[in-house]
Design a protein around this ligand. Sequence first.
Ligand code: NFE
Length: 479
Amino acid sequence: MKTIKIVDPVTRIEGHMKIEITVDTVIGQQQIVDARTSGTLFRGFEKILEGRDAQDATVITQRICGVCPISHGMASVMAVENAALYTPPPNARILRNLTLGTNFLQSHILHFYLLAALDFVPGPQTSPWLPVWDFDLKDHPDLAAVASHLPQAIEARRRAHEMGAVFGGRMPSSHTYIPGGFSATPTQERIDLFYSHLNWLIDFIRNIYLADVNTVAEIYPEYLSIGKGCENLLTYGVFDLDDTGATKLLKPGYVESQDGLIKESINDRDITESVTFSWYADSADNLTPAVGDTQPIFPKGDAYSWLKAPRYLDKPFEVGPLARMWVNGDYQRGVSVLDRHASRAQETLKIAKAMADWLGELIEGDPVYETLSGRAIGSGIGLTEAPRGALGHWVDIANGKIQHYQVLTPTCWNASPKDGNNVPGPIEQALIGTPVQDSDRPVEALRIIHSFDPCLSCAVHLLRLDRNPETSAKPVILR
Ligand code: NFE
């Protein structure tokens, strides 16, 4: 018998997400036969930015999300500097990389211990383990050891945030990412403080985080084949290692399931967004973000999400740590729930170790900033990576004011609805075909969704001024 199960909201993610899955029996096996992921809130930052000073975009866009604000700060300064044909001094590049690195570390550790591991690791009958679907949780002493690391993981996240504030000024949302460079300087005292946190964290990642992910993988090996998805992987690349941007710690590229070949570049003109199933005006359909539009239309036909459906070369792509590590040849075991967790943990160590090297490249007294005033500024693109994957900002500037702004977040790629060709997004594809033991408690679906680490805050936002159920889903845009 066909059953439709709606989980709304999906918990232990950032932001607000709804899934609707259809469960049916196929050749004697109960499985998910259709899935719809919905972002249930409207973001509209693009509209908030219009008419504002271009220098302010870095401050405003960091408020899109408290988990990955630094990535938005980075994408924003890159876009504005690209529009000004400007390259920041080496010290600024390194300070930006270091502070962005802290954001990856805190986010990945937070995700595993507080959002995802709880799906696999039984714990005391208290928060954050409750409420829970107490189902398919294996009782094993090694899992109890993982649970016992939770206080240390919280300490690790606190340290990563404090490390981010050393050069970032505060966390979350740094004041020091500014078009033209960076507004903090590298003093020996700050370098030493940063290093003491980093050393502690490298030890935690290497000896506890990586080991705990392996423990979960050993006890739930079936999740090495559950949740494959589209198996197309894409990354814009991140952490410039030189001033040309040509060398990065994690290079850009993509791989398609059809041939498995890694292509080591991304052409921004091949990025488009479908709005067939999104609550936006059809005039925005299949545009690149450079000319994209954010005109909400609600309700609209069969639309079911505030997320648009990003496509590269007209295909859906999974983004995130697995895509980055795959394209860079660091992790290529497979695509599944546990591969996402394992590659995320391995990436955490790779970035942390690189950060230790970057600290040694800072030069006390060298410049960190140059003013952009007086430069001709036009259109720019900032393509970088957030912890959850490929992040892009597109900006058009005239007379110092923003004329047009578009943000395309990682979760928009992963939690995309279907496109105009009826092709489901990566999370939807990962859900479809998954066997489900209990259609009332589809824990398999949650484990798949959590492995992508979705952040609907990044993807959508709403300022809601009225609580009338008839109208509450309609967006009210602040200007
Ligand atoms: Ni709100 Fe974000 C990251 C960005 S996700 S966490 O990482 O950009 O879509």
